[in-house]
Design a protein around this ligand. Structure first.
Ligand code: FAD
Length: 334
């Protein structure tokens, strides 16, 4: 029997399982999907590691926890990029850049010439922007693969196709990382639907995520290998998984076209959507009920926050360490 059963092989579950295993616990991981990512919101993420940009709409805790993410991923996943984030706006929305700048930190203002140096394909398209030089990005699917391989090296294979409701774990400790699937146990968890589209073109080259500010539809484009670009993402208060609307595609593809018209000829490779798990304050939370620790509420910051949360979960489970900033006092029932 394992010391700990981790339920869920999304980014939260895999990072927690690895943190526990690396500290000597015997761990098993179960997931209801048929394969890695099949039922995980993590599969659809953009993979931006942008703690300072995210301050635009997130509490300081998100940047604080997120600061360790780039180093964590760079040690474990090939191809993690540290090329920063470029934020631009069409001429009519330049005041939005000033608003974005007031809410964020660790950036520099860039003019059209500097934008062209950073991203030659955007030469002449934007006259002002913000450059967050310390940020990074990764391919989330590569990251999930790398975590699953790291677990395999520790002798842990993920048991897929196992729904916890049908097979109650017998281990003394459970770490529940079911994302939105844990709503039965965490009633204040809500879903925030995100839709994305993956396109391929050889006619645009970008080195880093580009965020386009827009009063209603802010959009980002994250470059991946082999001419692929992830364009995301909508933010809709909804628990509906999977259904992608025409409106979302109009907004996402329209914004990509505004960044560079060559996106009009890009091939659509995939469209997708899933539900980000979020608490009312949009902050992550570790809570405990009996032998079960819940790790949830990663909202739009799963890859950014998971490393810091996993480290805390391992210290809490193995040594009883208490982290007031992410632990919910009301639910800490022993
Ligand atoms: C379009 C989009 C773009 C995003 N972009 C970014 C980004 O750029 N950067 C970033 O940091 N974050 C991003 N996010 C957010 C990020 O994807 C989420 O915060 C993260 O995926 C949440 O991870 P999780 O492990 O909690 O949940 P999930 O990834 O959903 O994993 C939960 C797992 O639990 C399993 N499960 C559920 N119920 C059961 C059950 N009953 N029994 C067994 N297994 C079960 C599921 O099969 C699933 O594999 C984005 C999200 C979306 C939708």
């Amino acid at each position: 029997m394992a010391d700990v059963t981790v339920i869920g092989a999304g980014v939260a579950g895999l990072t927690c399982a690895l943190a526990l295993a690396e500290r000597g616990a015997s761990v098993e991981v179960i997931d209801r999907g048929e394969r890695l990512g099949a039922e995980a919101c993590s599969w659809y993420a953009g993979g931006m590691l942008a703690p300072w940009c995210e301050r635009e709409s997130a509490e300081p805790l998100v940047a604080e926890l997120g600061e360790e993410a780039i180093d964590y991923w760079a040690e474990r996943v090939p191809g993690v990029m540290r090329k920063g984030t470029l934020v631009v706006a069409p001429a009519r929305d330049v005041p939005d850049l000033a608003r974005f700048a007031r809410r964020t930190e660790r950036f520099g203002w860039v003019d059209g010439e500097r934008i062209a140096t950073l991203e030659p394909d955007l030469a002449g398209r934007f006259s002002k922007g913000l450059f967050f030089s310390e940020e990074g990005h990764l391919d989330p699917r590569d990251a999930l693969d790398a975590l699953s391989e790291a677990l395999a090296r520790q002798g842990i294979s993920i048991r897929f196709g196992v729904e916890v409701e049908n097979e109650a774990p017998s281990s003394p400790t459970i770490v529940d990382c079911r994302g939105f699937g844990a709503r039965d146990a965490l009633p204040d968890l809500r879903g925030v639907k995100g839709e994305m589209v993956l396109v391929r073109t050889k006619d645009v080259t970008l080195s880093r995520p580009v965020r386009l500010l827009h009063p209603r539809h802010p959009v980002y484009i994250v470059p991946r290998d082999d001419g692929l670009f992830m364009i995301g993402a909508t933010m809709i208060e909804s628990s509906e998984r999977g259904r992608v609307t025409a409106r979302a595609m109009l907004e996402l593809l329209g914004a990509a076209y505004a960044v560079h018209p060559a996106f009009a000829e890009a091939e659509i490779i995939e469209i997708g959507a899933d539900v980000r798990p979020a608490f009312p304050d949009n902050l992550p939370r570790i809570s405990r009920r009996g032998r079960t620790f819940h790790v949830n509420g990663l909202f739009r910051h799963g890859f950014l926050l998971a490393p810091a949360l996993a480290r805390r979960v391992a210290a809490t489970v193995l040594h009883g360490t208490h982290y007031p900033e992410v632990m919910d006092e009301d639910q800490l029932q022993r």
